[in-house]
Design a binder for this molecule. Structure first.
Ligand SMILES: *Cc1c(COP(=O)(O)O)cnc(C)c1O
Length: 405
């Protein structure tokens, strides 16, 4: 049999893939909205959303159309020439946020890499050489390039990759007094996720973000919001900063921005953007026409008060159901998060067993995630229908029962 006609199985993963991930338990082959089907035709309700990426579910007709239309026009031109969808998307992002300038990248890590480099470059342009320190938070996650993983606050993820970039300080999240002790005129930026995602779906306190804004202003440091996971309607606001009423100097967006097509953006003001002058930074694919055409379609749909209100309503329905399941089985101490970024904190007897819940859910036909060993994470489509929220909850209920019985 030729390799072309040999069946594709999960076993091929261990045979051919670098083992940065574990072999997949199933291989989905088709998706429609918040439903997914695997190779055997089994159906799943999708509460995972490709890790907060497929903001409008799978194969949304408007996104398919945007991709197909652009695919027939032109794919790639390089940033020497530029393209219409990228410029349209940049204009729309500026018109709907604090930003005046946009830089496009392909992934969250790349958008953050640009943000952190910009913070250093801005300091180099305006301040003495001592002002280069970046303050970030324990358990933060900002991506896997060497710079972004170093700014992230999970030491396990940098182990073995040393030497790491210097002048990065970590302090506890939601601890303003700790930031006040750490910050100085040597600080060029404070980097924070409005809701820590990978760190366990931990929302920042409003007073904490307000305090960071004040401290940054006092020390002429830039406030950088990593909204890779919280952006594009995920919290019920277009960006989480809008709900907090705290405006950053630099914001990064990825995951939901392309609804499943790789694209990312760094947003900032004209004054700060001036420090990334011609030739200082760049990316071959950043802002390519296919990616930005799809992202424009996502933004057009998500940036709608009715859709964002729908996220708030779905939040209520989903959290009510999760709290009910948690109480009846005694498995959760808390359901936290905003909008459709939710974390179920496992109770003491179940701590460390997040993956067991994920596997049990999969067996019952439900895709969901963990955020660390003790928190189940849900990040479904922003437009998941109520019937599928209820069906997913019923499947989760059965899955939890298989563990607790
Ligand atoms: C996922 C994530 C990243 C990294 O994004 P990639 O596209 O995987 O590089 C960075 N920051 C946050 C908050 C994230 O959730």
């Amino acid at each position: 049999m030729s390799t072309e006609s040999a069946p594709v199985t999960p076993a091929l993963f261990d045979q051919y893939m670098v083992p940065t991930y574990s072999a997949p338990p199933i291989i989905p082959v088709r998706g429609e909205g918040s439903r997914v089907w695997d190779q055997e035709g089994r159906d799943y309700v999708d509460f995972a959303g490709g890790i907060a990426v497929t903001a409008l579910g799978h194969c949304h007709p408007a996104l398919v159309k945007a991709l197909e239309t652009q695919a027939e026009r032109i794919w790639h031109l390089s940033n020497v020439l530029g393209n219409e969808p990228a410029l349209r998307l940049a204009k729309k992002l500026c018109e709907t946020t604090f930003a005046e300038k946009v830089y496009f990248a392909n992934s969250g890590a790349e958008a953050n890499e640009a943000a952190f480099k910009l913070a250093r470059k801005y300091a180099a342009d305006h301040f003495p050489a001592n002002k280069r320190e970046i303050i970030a938070f324990d358990n933060a996650f900002h991506g896997r390039t060497l710079f972004t993983v170093s700014v992230g606050g999970q030491p396990g993820k940098t182990k073995g990759f040393e030497p790491l970039p210097p002048a990065i300080t970590h302090v506890p999240f939601n601890d303003l007094a700790a930031v006040e002790r750490a910050i100085s005129d040597d600080t060029c930026a404070v980097v924070v996720e409005p809701i820590q995602g990978e760190g366990g779906i931990v929302p920042a306190d409003k007073s904490f973000l307000q305090g960071l804004r004040t401290l940054c202003d006092r020390h002429q440091a830039l406030l950088v919001f990593d909204e890779v996971q919280t952006g594009m309607g995920r919290t019920g606001n277009l960006y989480a900063y809008m709900g907090y009423g705290v405006t950053p100097d630099i914001l990064t967006s990825a995951k939901g921005l392309g609804g499943g097509f790789p694209v990312a953006a760094m947003l900032t003001t004209s004054h700060i953007a001036a420090s990334l002058g011609t030739g200082t930074h760049g990316s071959t694919y950043g802002g390519n026409a296919l990616a930005t055409a799809v992202a424009e379609a996502v933004l057009d749909i998500v940036n709608d008060p009715a859709l964002l209100q729908g996220v708030v309503e779905r939040h209520r329905r989903l959290t009510d159901g999760l709290n009910e399941i948690g109480q009846r089985h005694g498995v959760f101490t808390q359901v936290r998060g905003q909008g459709l970024l939710l974390g179920c904190v496992l109770s003491a007897p179940w701590q460390g067993r997040g993956r067991d819940f994920m596997q049990a859910a999969l067996k019952e036909g439900l895709l969901m995630l963990v955020a660390g060993p003790d928190v189940l994470r849900l990040a479904p489509s922003l437009i998941i229908p109520d019937v599928l929220i209820d069906e997913g909850l019923a499947r989760l209920d059965r899955a939890v029962a298989t563990l607790t019985d």
